[in-house]
Design a binder for this molecule. Sequence first.
Ligand code: ADP
Ligand code: TRP
Length: 320
Amino acid sequence: MRILSGIQPSGALHLGNYFGMMRPSIELQNQGDAFYFIADYHSMTSLFDAEERRRNTRDVALDFLACGLDPRRAVFFRQSDVPEVCELTWILGTLTPMGLLERCHSFKDKSAKGIPVNSGLFTYPVLMASDILIYDSNVVPVGQDQKQHVEVTRDIAIKFNEAYGQTFVVPEPRIRGEVAKVPGVDGEKMSKSYGNTIEIFGPEKALRKKIMGIKMDSRAPGDPKPDADQNLAIQLLTVVDGSIGKDYEEKLRAGGLGYGDLKKKLFEVYWDHFAAARDRRAELENNLDYVHQVLSEGAAKARAKAQEVLHRARKACGLE
Ligand code: ADP
Ligand code: TRP
């Protein structure tokens, strides 16, 4: 079984990325043949600063390795180290109906907000389909917001197979219900583009301030709170540690737990959860040669597979 996922180097990674995509991917690395990559081509649709892209790419590599991606088990690489994916994007685009892309949230949401949309952003799901199909992927672990893109990928694969004969594996998304949509500090979906994130790694003081700044209602600590499960700090605590989350939910429901103490607990549990990863990240930062070596070995393995599948597709559609 091939497991594949990607993440864009478009800003500091956060708890939504970690619980929605990174942790499930890291757990799956022991259950099949895993390919994980840094989607730097995709980041070009919204980030226009070369130095920032370089820095973010390095940071995603450090973050993912620190969090437990094991390069002896998973192939870890940079998307643009496999340029074959661009050729396949062209081929797949010729079978992709405009209407399919017009319905994609990634494009619709940005254009509705009045953000100028480039054609790369419009065809973004075709590049993502190419990422998935070029490695014969079976399973794609992602958060809820990427489900539609995996469905588009399935449609494109089926269309190609019908037009030119059985060529591509039709993949499936793998979404963890309980962490499909981790909320941000404002209660909306946590996202780099909404400025509401709690980063996985970052300075202690700033992160403590962010968590202590989460807005609560004005009820007194002694009041019982029958809606404790709706409390944002409880929801985040439950994402980080289910059993402590349930315990504090009961405490809040019963009355007697102040919001300040609840947020302090959330900060502590979160900070402790990433303590070992933080140490590993500091070590990796002093060993960037190792990180580069991991990515270049990963690229060689990924590229060999991509060339094989691209060749199969080119033959099927009459380019060879
Ligand atoms: P962002 O919205 O912050 O830009 P990305 O689009 O780069 O995040 O997402 C990378 C991966 O993390 C995807 O698989 C996505 O589904 C997952 N993800 C992002 N935000 C969340 C969230 N709040 N909850 C669950 N998963 C998330
Ligand atoms: N679009 C994904 C995101 O923003 C990143 C991505 C690119 C991806 N190619 C992929 C995820 C292939 C899974 C499979 O999160």
